[in-house]
Design a protein around this ligand. Structure first.
Ligand code: SF4
Ligand code: FES
Length: 253
C-alpha cells in the first residue's frame, strides 16, 4: 500500500506544533498501525530526520499507552458498532485502502499536555486514582478466594468496569474533555464489591473533586466517550456514579 501520512509534530511542551506530511510506499496490509509508524521512523532515521515520538508498551490492547487520534477519532474507532472498537495498537493497515491519506494527532485535552509530537502526559488520570481509587485493608496473607461471596451479577458488572485500561480515549473524544467515564468505571468496579463498598461515597467525592481540579470538564451526556472506548465501558456507569454522588451529598460525605 502507498499512503500519505499527515502527522502532528511538536518539538516540546511549549513549542509550536504543526501537521507535517510524509509519503510511505510498500506498506503491508498485515502491518499493525504502530508497525507502520515504526517503518516511517526507520525511514526518517535513515534520512537523518527526527523520528516521530509516540507512546506504546504492550501492543496487545492491555496497557492503555498507545492512544492516537486517527482521522479525527480516538484510536481510529470509526465502526458504528462499539463492539468492534480496539486500541490503536490493535488497529491494522488492512483497515485502510491503498492511496489513503491518514491524519494522526495526539489526544487533545487541557488535562493531557503534549510532551512531544504524539505523546501526551496522562498523569492526571493517575492522580484521580490516587484520590480514591483504592480500598483501605489490613495487609497480610491473602484470604481464600471464596471467603467473601460476591453475587454473580455484581461480579460481572465489576468485571465490565475493571476492563478500563485508563487509555484516556474517553477524554479525547468528549467535547467537554471530561473524564467521567474513566472515573465512573473505577468507582463502579470498586463500589460493587464487598471490599470496596464501605469507602464508596468518600471515594466518589474525592475522585470527582480531583477530576475537576485536574482541569477535566463535566459530563453533559454527549456519549462520545463510550462510543470510542476500546474496552466497551458502558455509558450507564456514569449514571451509577451520579447516583452515588447524590447519596454522598445527602449524607454529607
Ligand atoms: S473508559 Fe474506556 S476510553 Fe476511557 S480510559 Fe477507560 S478504557 Fe479508555
Ligand atoms: S500499547 Fe498497550 S494498549 Fe496499546
Amino acid at each position: 500500500m502507498n499512503i500519505t501520512l499527515r502527522i502532528w509534530r511538536q518539538a516540546g511542551p511549549d513549542a509550536e506544533g504543526a501537521i507535517h506530511e510524509y509519503q510511505l510506499h510498500g506498506v503491508s496490509e498485515d502491518s499493525s498501525f504502530l508497525e507502520m509508524l515504526d517503518i516511517l521512523n526507520e525511514d526518517l532515521f535513515a534520512r537523518g530526520e527526527e523520528p516521530v515520538a509516540f507512546d506504546s508498551d504492550c501492543r496487545e490492547g492491555i496497557c492503555g499507552m498507545c492512544g492516537l487520534v486517527i482521522n479525527g477519532v480516538p484510536h481510529g474507532n470509526h465502526s458504528p458498532d462499539p463492539k468492534d472498537n480496539a486500541t490503536t495498537c490493535q488497529l491494522h493497515m488492512r483497515s485502510f485502502k491503498d492511496g489513503d491519506t491518514i491524519t494522526i494527532e495526539p489526544w487533545r485535552s487541557k488535562a493531557f499536555p503534549i510532551i512531544k509530537d504524539l505523546v501526551v502526559n496522562r498523569n492526571a488520570l493517575d492522580r484521580i486514582i490516587q484520590a480514591g481509587g483504592y480500598i483501605s485493608v489490613n495487609t497480610g496473607a491473602a484470604p481464600d478466594a471464596h471467603a467473601t461471596p460476591v453475587p454473580k451479577k455484581d461480579a460481572d458488572r465489576a468485571f465490565e468496569a475493571a476492563a478500563c485500561i485508563g487509555c484516556g480515549a474517553c477524554v479525547a473524544a468528549c467535547p467537554n474533555g471530561s473524564a467521567m467515564l474513566f472515573t465512573a468505571a473505577k468507582v463502579t468496579h470498586l463500589g460493587l464489591l464487598p471490599q470496596g463498598k464501605p469507602e464508596n461515597l468518600r471515594r466518589v467525592t474525592q475522585m470527582l473533586n480531583r477530576m475537576g481540579a485536574e482541569g477535566f470538564g463535566g459530563c453533559t451526556n454527549f456519549g462520545e466517550c463510550s462510543a470510542v472506548c476500546p474496552k466497551q465501558v458502558p455509558l450507564d456507569f456514569i449514571a451509577v456514579l451520579n447516583r452515588q454522588l447524590g447519596k454522598a451529598v445527602l449524607s454529607g460525605v
